[in-house]
Structure formats: C-alpha cells, structure tokens
Design a protein around this ligand. Sequence first.
Ligand code: UD1
Length: 382
Amino acid sequence: MKILCVIGARPNYMKMAPIIDQMDKYISGGLSKIDLDYLLVHTGQHYDKNMSDSFFEDLQIPSPDIYLGVGSGSHAEQTAKIMTGFEKVCLQEHPDLVFVVGDVNSTLACSLVAAKLLIPVAHVEAGLRSFDRTMPEEINRIVADSLSDYLFTTCRDADENLKKEGITGSKIFFVGNVMIDSLLKYKEFAKTKIKKFDSLKTIDYALLTLHRPSNVDQKKTFQNIFEALITISKKTPIIFPAHPRTRKMISEFGLNDLFQKNLFSIPSQKKGIYLIPPMSYLEFLSLMSNAQFVLTDSGGIQEETTVLGIPCLTLRENTERPITLKEGTNTLVGTDKNKIKQEAFDIIEGKKKHGNIPELWDGKASQRILTIILNKFSEKKS
Ligand code: UD1
C-alpha cells in the first residue's frame, strides 16, 4: 500500500507528524500484514525557515521526498500551482491513498487532484465548520470533506456537521485529535528542556498570535484590536510572535513604533507588546505552556490551550472549534475593544475559565487512524 502524505503550511506539520510516526513504527515493526510505504509531499505553500524547516526539526519529521515549491500567490494562483505539481506526482507514483490534514489551500488542492484521478482521499480533521464562508479555510474544509473517502474527526459535532451535508456515516470516523498527539508527546520536553525563555518563567505575560486576513489586512480593524491590546499590555506584557503576513501589514500601516523589540527586557520593563519573529514548535509550546493567557485568531491554538488548561481569548466572531468554548478554556471575544479588554482584565484579576479535555484527545488519534486505514485496505484486498 503506497500512501502520499501532503503537507504545505505551518499548521499541517504537527498534524502529520504523529501519523508519520505511526507509519514508521508499523513499517519497522516487521510483522506487517500489509506492505506499507509512504512518501511525504511538501507543497511549499509555506517556505520561510521559521514557517517550515524549524518544524521538521522540532517534530522529527523526515525531509520531504517531494517538494513542489509553489510559494505564495493569490488563492487561485497558489491552488492551481499546487494542483499542477501534485497531479504529476500522483501520475508518477500511483498511490493507493492520499492523506491530507487541516484546512489550508494545500489540503483543498491535493484532495481535488486525487479525487479526479480516482485515488482515495483521507482527510484528517474533517467536519469542522465555522459556517462563515468569508474564511478561505471554510471553503477548503467543505471541498476536501465532500471529496474524501475517509473522514477522520476530532469531535462528535464534526460528525453531525458532515452527516447534515449528506456524507454517509460509514465514511466518518471519530478518532480524536492528532494535533493533541503532538502536544502531549512534546509538552514536558518543551516545558523543561527549552531554556531560551527561562527568564520569563517567573513573570505573568500574555501570548498573542494574529494573522487572519480579516484581522490584519484592514488598518481600521487592526488598529481597533491593538487599541485594546495596548491597554491590556499596561497591566500584563504581551509577547507577539508575528506571522510574515502580519509583519508586512505592520510596516505598511506604519505601526512599527507600537512595539517593544527586546523580549528579554520584559522582566525589568514589564509593560508593552513585544514583537518577535515566528517561533519554532517547541519554543512556542514552551511560551504557551507558561503564559497567563493567550490571545489568538488561530484555529489550532484554541485546541492546544484547552488541553494545557490555559485561558484563550479568540479574536474572531466565530469558531469552527465550538467544543473548545463548550468544554475547554476558550472564549470568543471577536474584535470588539471593550469585550477584549474586559475578558482579559477578568483573567488578570484571577477569574479564569476552567475546562475539561475533550473526549479522545488522548494522544492516540494517529494510532486509531492508521489501524482504520490498514483494516479497510486489507478488507478491500481480500
Ligand atoms: C495559511 C492558511 C491558514 C493558516 C496559516 C497559518 C490558507 C488559505 N491559509 O495562511 O489557514 O492559519 O497558513 O500560518 O491556506 N509568507 C511568508 N513566508 C512563508 C509563508 C507566507 O512570507 O513562509 C507570507 C507571504 O507574504 C504570503 C502571506 O504570508 O503572501 C500569506 O501566506 P499564505 O500561505 O497565502 O497564507 P497564510 O496567511 O499563511
């Protein structure tokens, strides 16, 4: 059985890493019923060292077998380039299955190519819906799910979303959360072995990520969010590893002066928003584990903070991960200045949201996925 595993952008790596790990264990176990082989295909949607290579090192992912090098572009350009490159790979390799994860443009492009070539597609993290089609990721999720043969979900409400869209129950498998497999594997290591931020361990700080086009591409929205953040940062310093897109907009809007630059001056200076480059996986995990709270517009961070028990304020009007609101530590604050400030002040004053770890977010999702895939494949063969 030959599998192509597709990755392309930063949030894909921590989802694919545990699946690769399971396949490596199966292959090296020697007792395999099925002759399994896989190739790792990196589309190159993200290409900067700190958006890609550093994650391979931290998550011990082998170097990609195939690199498409598509780079940035408009949605149509980027998707088309990935499709053209990936079609050639499929025609050459004749895989039995394509694994895609998450909701980035690479997920959409590669599932579309595989489906048209009648190659079965497995979508990991299927069924999440924000019901907001202004988000490119929502379109990517809907298309990838409708074309997939195996839909692996992280929560039961995702199963319901898929069924409502007419996807048959026999294709849907509730297996848990592969991103949490990675989190649980590396959590202790990041806390104890990453020494870079030791000087920050004794102080309270908030950690911020912000990169959604809807938040960073318009000066008015951006400034509005930052007015709230500046007020919050007078009470607790905010550490802000900025995505390249956000960094570019900060320069374009002429807002560089809003930020402090020297992260390690926090213990003496305390106040302010500290702008730093994007972190590697382990560095970010170390900063996040130690944060008083997190402010974000990311999808995955809403889930990671829930498992870490750290309060998360999500700077969006909706979320495709409602389980983190219902069961976890997440609160939606949108982009309303007063709401952001109020919720942050509540946390600073000790009113912290407590949550539970959702069902099957236990570090074994990737194991379940591989078992299902191998069983299905051997059923087909016999
Ligand atoms: C993509 C995903 C988003 C995910 C995010 C995580 C889509 C539609 N969006 O958004 O779901 O949350 O990744 O980071 O797939 N850039 C660089 N270096 C890089 C990559 C990007 O400088 O390595 C800059 C470029 O200016 C590029 C911009 O960032 O134009 C946006 O990159 P792109 O891959 O289009 O989308 P993201 O905003 O990263």
